[in-house]
Write a protein that binds this ligand. Sequence first.
Ligand SMILES: [Zn+2]
Ligand SMILES: [Zn+2]
Length: 303
Amino acid sequence: MRIEFIAYESMGVRAMSTFVETKDMLIYIDPGVSLAPRRYGLPPHEIEIRRLEELAQKIYEKARDSEFIIITHYHYDHHDRGLRIPLDIYDRKILCIKDPLNNINYSQKIRSSVFLKLVKDRVRSIEICDNRIMRIGSLEMIFSEAQPHGHDPRLGYVIQIFINDKENTFLYTSDIEGAPLEQHIDFIKRSSPDIIVMDGPLTYLLGIRLPEEMLRRSVQNTIEIIEKVNPEILVLEHHILRDKDYKERFKEVFNKAEEMNTKVLTAAEFMGQENMFLEAYRYKLFGKEFKEGSYEEHDEATE
Ligand SMILES: [Zn+2]
Ligand SMILES: [Zn+2]
C-alpha cells in the first residue's frame, strides 16, 4: 500500500487527513481540516489561513479520486460540511462512518445528522463501521469498537482503523489522545501494524484538559506499543504537535523507540517534507514572545 498523509499538524493545520492506495481500493480517511480559532490569545495568522486553503484543495483532489471514504468521528477537523471541501467528493462513494446514533455524545449526534443529510443522496452506500471487518479482494479493513475520544468520553467516541493489504499493515488511531486507556492500546496490540499514525495527548493543555496522570498513562502506553508491537514507523501527530515542546514531553517514548529501532516521525517527515508547526509557533508568526501558561480552551467548538 502507499500511504499519503495529506493534512496534519506538522503541515500547518489541525487534521489527520490521509489517503491510502491499495491495489483493491483507494481509501480516504477523515477528509476535514481546521485551525485553532485562538492560540496564545491570537487568531489564525494569514500564513495559516493560506495553508488551510492549500491543504483543503489537496484533500479535495485526493478524496474525489478515492472510492471509499471513512469518517472516524464528527469533529470538524475530521469531516467537512461542504464549507471548505466541496461535497462532490462523496459522489458515488462507499461512505464508512462511525455509528451516528450509538456511543456518541450529543454534539456529535447533531453534527452527524447534519452531515448525513448533506451526503446521503450523493453516496453509493453508507456503512456503519464500528466493530466491523471488511474484506475486498486481498484487502482487509478492521474497525475498532467505539472508543472514547481520550480519557474523557464527554468529548465523544471514535473508531480506529487497521488496514492490511498483505503487503503492509497500517493503523490509524484517530483521536484517542495518546491512548491513555487500556482499550485504546488493546486494539493496537491485537492488530500489530508495521506503520501506525497516532494522535498524541493534548500536552499544550496539561493541567487544564489533560491531567498529569493521563499524560503519564499515555507515555506508558505508547512505550508498551513500541515494546509489544515494535512497529517499523510510529507517526506521532495531531494534538501533541500543537505543543512546541512535544519531544521533551514524550522523551521516554523517543528513547524507547530508539532502543527498539522504531522510527518516530511526524506526517510531514514521513512524506519527506519540512515540518511546518504553525499553530505551536503562532506567537512567532505575529512577532510576539512566547508566554508560558496562556490559557487555551479545548472543547468541541474548536475541533
Ligand atoms: Zn476529535
Ligand atoms: Zn482531531
